[in-house]
Design a protein. Structure first.
Length: 97
């Protein structure tokens, strides 16, 4: 579980990132979760964009992706989700205590 201070730090790092994945009318599926998990292992911090034609609620989408990939939801702002997962082999982000 991330503390408020850690989330603030991650939000600052994510500010300049562009969304890598888009969730559309297909919603969240196993393939998307697998790709998000692999990308999080390499980058640790990513953004996911939710398109207008996605029929699911953005909070449900964030929860499904986070649970499926083992990530933490850092922020949901507008139609963009920021996800963080500590990498096992490619650790680059140092979280404040």
């Amino acid at each position: 579980m991330l503390t408020g201070k850690q989330k603030r730090h991650l939000r600052a790092l994510a500010h300049h990132l562009n969304p890598i994945f888009q969730v559309g009318k297909g919603g969240v599926n196993d393939n998307l979760i697998k790709q998000v998990d692999e990308t999080l292992e390499l980058r640790e911090l990513i953004k996911v964009s939710i398109l207008n034609n996605c029929g699911e609620d953005k909070n449900e989408v964030a929860k499904a992706i986070a649970e499926g990939s083992g990530a933490e939801v850092v922020q949901i702002i507008g139609s963009t989700i920021v996800l963080y997962k500590e990498s096992q082999e490619h650790k680059t982000i140092e979280l404040p205590k």
